[in-house]
Design a protein around this ligand. Structure first.
Ligand code: C6P
Length: 399
């Protein structure tokens, strides 16, 4: 598997690179890189417009990619896969087109205390614009949701619940299927932020019964600048156009304009064609994996990391939920995360330090930030060993 990812085979400061920042973005397999090159070298053309051969080829590749993504998440139809700039963009589209026109001063929107800023700020802005209230689903110290408190919030029948599938800062896997079931019993639609699940868990939007499910291409071995907004057909079909322009119209006249059907109505302008085609290749790459083997391997590496790190004096693991994937956050009693990250970098080990775009979570845990090692299917126990050695050097220098 490591051979499929060229970026892993390089040095950083003369040390073999250990890439442990996969929650920020994953590396890209050769299949995706080759597909991007083929598009630009041989098929480059605009889509849905030209009658010429290249345009038809590009259009076919573009729509095949939509089908590949639909298959990967088991969407009932590829019309329910809307291409956006990324997870953040998808959440903003929902906040603008679904929430804002419907929200009023008596409404509430619920988010959990450990959401990424992208799944907080768009709802906060929608609430500020409409007089609605944003409510926060509390969490326990180990990084699990306080289910009793959450159920009470759902029983109050908020307008919407927005929840991550997997926490980017702590790796907690939330029981979204049962949460959605409960929410639906109370008539509450659920937006699931799947940014951190797509590279690690099988996602079946129909089995989850998610109303909306959003994610970014670059966190699932695909290109940056491309993402997906999946929604139930009737919900998506009820959304007004988000942006006006080419490709999203049926007919335009100065007397009035009519709009295209889904998915094009929500995809104004020339799309990120290469991004979509690259994302399709990433979806096919994930589709052909042995998912059980991948999950077993990732669980083993995470478990090993937890064991090894918890033996280091003065190091505290942050986020010890029983159901976790791929993220290991930790702090030192007396070393700032930034200092640790800088030394690790010089040793060729890439981790992320700081608040991970989850400032409310860090405030709740009373931390300035954490050091976060986040794994993907190509990471190994040897990578964990290098991290542990590196942390030994950090302690020698700062401890
Ligand atoms: N988290 C991280 O290092 P974009 O930037 O749109 O591709 O994804 C935003 C986003 C939304 N939700 C979750 C749960 C996320 O983890 C992210 C991105 C990266 O953790 C960059 S801040």
């Amino acid at each position: 598997m490591r051979d499929a990812f060229p970026a892993l085979h390089q040095t950083a400061y003369d040390e073999p690179l250990v890439y442990l920042d996969n929650a920020a973005t994953t590396q890209k397999p050769k299949a995706v890189l080759d597909r991007l090159e083929r598009y630009y070298a041989r098929e480059n053309s605009n889509v849905h417009r030209g009658v010429h051969k290249l345009s038809q080829e590009a259009t076919d590749a573009f729509e095949d990619a939509r089908s590949a993504v639909a298959r990967l998440i088991n969407a009932p139809s590829s019309d329910q896969v809307i291409f956006t700039r990324g997870c953040t963009d998808s959440l903003n589209v929902i906040a603008h087109t679904f929430a804002r026109p419907r929200l009023g001063p008596d409404d509430t929107v619920v988010v959990t205390h450990m959401e990424h800023h992208s799944n907080i700020v768009p709802w906060q802005m929608a609430c500020e614009a409409t007089g609605a209230t944003l409510k926060v689903w509390p969490i326990h110290d180990d990084g699990t949701l306080d289910m009793e408190a959450g159920m009470r919030l759902i029983e109050e029948e908020p307008f919407l619940l927005a929840i991550g599938h997997v926490s980017n800062a702590l790796g907690t896997i939330h029981p979204v299927k049962s949460i959605i079931e409960t929410a639906h019993r109370h008539g509450v639609p659920v937006v699931v932020d799947g940014a951190q699940s797509m590279a690690h868990l099988p996602v079946d939007v129909q089995a989850l019964d998610a109303d909306f499910y959003v994610f970014s291409g670059h966190k699932m071995f695909g290109p940056t600048g491309i993402g997906v907004l999946y929604g139930k057909y009737d919900l998506l079909d009820s959304l007004p156009p988000y942006q006006g322009g080419g490709d999203m119209i049926d007919e335009v006249s100065f007397d009035g304009t009519t709009y295209a059907d889904l998915p094009h109505r929500l995809e104004a302008g020339t799309p990120h064609i290469a991004g979509v085609i690259g994302l399709g290749a990433a979806a096919e790459f994930i589709e052909q994996l042995d998912h059980e083997a991948v999950q077993a391997h990732e669980d083993d590496v995470l478990q090993y990391a937890h064991e090894q790190l918890s033996e280091i004096d003065g190091l505290r693991l942050i986020g010890t939920a029983p159901h976790k994937t791929s993220v290991c956050s930790f702090v030192f009693d007396d070393i700032h995360p930034y200092d640790a990250g800088t030394i690790l970098d010089r040793l060729g080990i890439a981790v992320r330090t700081g608040h991970h775009c989850t400032q409310p979570l860090m405030e709740r845990l009373d931390l300035p930030g954490t050091i976060r090692a986040s794994f993907a299917l190509y990471n190994t126990r040897e990578d964990v060993d290098r991290l542990v050695q590196g942390l030994g050097r950090v302690q020698t220098m700062f401890g």
